[in-house]
Design a protein around this ligand. Structure first.
Ligand SMILES: [Zn+2]
Length: 288
């Protein structure tokens, strides 16, 4: 399915933005990747220290990453180790009795989030899960969406396109980073969602083997990236410790299909779009 080139003007702008980082686009160095979906969950803290996790990211050519964790203290431990150049922290509601299946209706979740929320520290709230359409309409989700809209920060949402639509129906001015681009939503549904909402960006963690099952990029995904080059970012999703064990391979698989896109588009998805949304941090530092 073709989507057409809708963002030709943006491609020119992206070229200008990427020119800020000339050292990243020359030579044999691997393209830096902003990882848009990292967790440092409880089990991973037993296997790897914060210093080891930061070292893994840097060894994989990931100078900056969006991090949320169960519990949030683990994100703050990584932030302390890697600093704001490496870590873009998101506040996750999970921990103790609060988890992906109940956070939106657990009486302690909203007080916890309000108590911990600091727009000077966190770039958003998430990653959180909403597995049913009706969950998007809870008081907790409405309040969290309003908080992010008012502080110009993001929701990082694991849900299908119908749930994304439902959140934007009650809070149209909130910005959403769509986890796994819906996980099960096919390219044509992702395209429809992005076309309808300028305030939605998508990261493609866990979709790597649909995007490129072998080594060659899938045509429908390629068309999607070409139609919306400014709306995607690369991501791993280290939801289990095994993902940290094979972290460099996960990132390198993404580099393989990114290299099959036009250079400007591949670099926008690798790091350029994330720089526009979250700042350059450790990506700019590579210039030095
Ligand atoms: Zn997820």
């Amino acid at each position: 399915m073709k989507f057409g080139l809708k963002h030709v003007a943006w491609l020119a702008a992206a070229g200008a933005a990427i020119a800020i980082f000339p050292s990243l686009v020359q030579g044999d160095e691997p393209v830096p990747v902003f990882d848009g979906h990292v967790h440092y969950n409880e089990a991973a803290t037993i296997a790897y220290s914060p210093a080891q996790i930061i070292a893994k990211m840097r060894a994989a050519g990931v100078p900056r990453a969006l991090v949320s964790s169960t519990s949030d203290d683990n994100t703050l431990a990584l932030l302390k180790e890697g600093g704001t150049a490496q870590v873009v922290p998101f506040l996750r509601p999970y921990g103790g009795q609060i988890h992906s299946g109940n956070w939106f209706r657990h009486p302690d979740a909203l007080p916890y989030l309000k108590d911990r929320w600091d727009p000077d520290r966190y770039a958003g709230i998430g990653e959180f899960h909403l597995h049913q359409l009706s969950y998007a309409d809870s008081d907790t989700v409405r309040t969290v969406a309003r908080m992010m809209a008012e502080s110009d920060r993001f929701l990082h949402v694991h849900a299908d396109s119908r749930v994304i639509e439902a959140i934007l129906a009650h809070t149209p001015d909130v910005r959403i980073l769509w986890a796994h681009a819906g996980l099960v939503d096919p390219p044509e549904v992702i395209a429809r969602t992005l076309a309808a909402h300028d305030s939605v960006w998508a990261e493609i963690s866990i979709r790597g083997f649909e995007i490129a099952a072998g080594k060659t990029i899938n045509t429908a995904w390629r068309d999607l990236f070409m139609a919306y080059p400014d709306r995607f970012m690369t991501a791993s999703d280290t939801y289990v410790t095994e993902r940290w064990d094979s972290y460099a391979e996960v990132i390198d698989h993404h580099r393989g299909w990114l290299a099959q896109l036009p250079s400007d588009v591949g670099r926008a998805i690798a790091y350029g779009n994330a720089v526009r949304l979250f700042g350059s941090g450790g990506i700019a530092a590579l210039e030095e």
